[in-house]
Design a protein around this ligand. Sequence first.
Ligand code: BGC
Length: 746
Amino acid sequence: MFNAVKLKSLLVCSVAVLTACAAHDKATTAAVPTNPTIEAILADLTLEEKAGQLNLINFEGELGETHYQMIRDGKVGSLLKSNGAAQNLKLQKIAVEQSRAGVPILFQEDVIHGYKTIAPIPLAEAASWDIPAIQQSAAIAAREASAGGIQLTYAPMVDMSRDPRWGRIIEAAGEDPYLASLVAAARVKGFQESGEPGQNILATVKHFAGYGASLAGRDYNIQDLSERELREVHLPPFKAAVDADVAAVMVAYTAHDGVPLTANQYMVQGVLQGDLGFNGLIMTDWATIYNLERAGVSANAEDATITAINNSIHMDMAAKKYVELLPQLVRDGKVDERVVDDAVRQVLMLKYKAGLLQDPYGRLNEATEKAELLSAANLAATKEMALKSMVLLKNDQQTLPISDKVQRIAVIGPFANAQKDLMGWWPGLGEAKDVVSIMAGLEAEFGDSVELTYAQGVTIDRFNKAGAELIPEAVKAAEQADMVIMVLGEKEWMSGEGGGTASLHLPGLQEELLQAVAKTNKPIATVIVSGRPYVLTDVAKHSDALLQAWMPGTTGGTAVAEILSGKFNPQAKLPVTFPQHQGQVPIFYSYKKTSHPFVAGITEDRYTTTYRDAPHEPLYPFGFGLSYTNYSYSDIELSSATMTMDGSITASVDVTNTGDVAGREIVQLYLHDKVASVVQPVKLLKDFTILDLSPGETKRAEFVISKDKLAFVGIDYQPTIEAGEFELFIGASSDDVKSTEFTLVE
Ligand code: BGC
């Protein structure tokens, strides 16, 4: 998989000598995709126009003469944040009909979890483990975005994060590389193969690579990753996206091993283009060429520009350095024009793939736009996705679904009426007014059959502890009700980019509010609206039922109501560990074996891998999620207790729905290599299957184990398989499994 020899040779190239290391090879490489249409356009472009093709600028505010003129001058290759069929048609006509070379603009946008119909945040979608549904969700976003005049999205974001302090944990698929890889590929396919030509958009996998390891959860911080962690944890979803034929890659803001990704030749040319075999377009993140100066690795803008272009960074987002500096740098002999040409080829290839070189006006049509955005079909599919993504974390005494006997419900909390917050960070063009709040969802679901009263409980503005004066009214509402639905969480701006948080407790006075309401002894079902795992230890203690609703999007309130009423039986499972204590972070299920034991709870034996003041176990483990029914698992049956290198074995369990409602169970397979040349995780997800089970029904889950599931990143960073004993686990979560063993023989 990885080319270690090539990587080692690249390792000797420092930033200072990047130019010499890479430029000539890149200029003569045959790997740059091209075709006669592209070559003809390239041959016609002036040096200034070539630099213009590499320029991606932000469309700020109103249409202005400055933009028009830049486009006429051939200085705008692509635009970001310019939306709407009418607007983009107007701009495209200027590019095609009024610029000398007439090359169309590529319109780009952050279509992260929906365009106008906003889907649950990506972390929530991953909780569905429903790969076809995730692909469909991306396809809906693509169809809406293309109708809105967009041809390329900055998604999927696949940065692995195991630190919920990092706000951007909301944008990816959780902590596990296997699940995240399946999600990454599905999202690429969803965007790029969403429907008829013209309905697809190009995908950009980001942020290459390791950004999710930003130190201490602070955004844009450096990452300090071992080569092993990079390859075991962070690269697999990028590889999955590349294998799914993703069109573009965006490099991260961060520095890897001391070198910002934009300048990091080892990572970009060695790992991305070399090991992963990516030969498409590579773009900067926002002004990262300029950031090379800020980070102190380039002395000035010219050096930064030379470094970036020679590192196969083909498109300059927002820094405007390529358009301003490249022509002169080429004339001065400081940049080889062939390197610029290869970058232009990449940009033109994207335009070709988007169909712009064939038909620049493509789908830019207001009638299509009107029919597609927020269509009934898109809303219905997005609600299904939201239903599939909400995780039931606790349900004592069958508090949920809400019983027919309940006549009066107090709905309490600062997020009960929220609309904007349900969309989360990167809401696309979503508008708060189109979002069904949880209160509105409950009203529609229960109609006149239940009396609903609302109390805000506390206020959430910034992280202040505000609104204590509202608590008594909330307590009174609870006293007068048969049960309470608490809706707690975080504002949309509290997570997402720049949304780092030091405290993992719910912001403001929300925990205090819950405690005050709990004193009424009314049954409490708490719904959490958040983009990240919070420490819900006390929240769970004071709640009879707990539903992690994430930031569920436009139809989120309807989905919450349908789960609380029992119309939909929850089935989602956590794609990320929920800590019990914030000091446990980073916490994840696939921790490595250590010399000293992990002991559950708090032990008097200090020579253990535990804390002295808190347990090391999570509150809710990876893969966990309850249902309104129960499932029982048989012991595991193996087709054979030994497996040969070229053979395979089958592991099966019978899963029975032992309750009285139909349900869907996500059955998970984990493996552990008992003795290996590299320390192994105690358990690693290798497969899963989803079973629909009627009450009383039993179905068999079968998993085929072949040697690819037994490979690990070896001492030499190559895929390695070693004979010996393996533990195999099948169960309902990473912490609730049956186990057996088998032996791999040479
Ligand atoms: C983010 C990217 C995003 C870009 C354009 C950056 O700040 O890191 O993820 O695609 O802005 O909006």
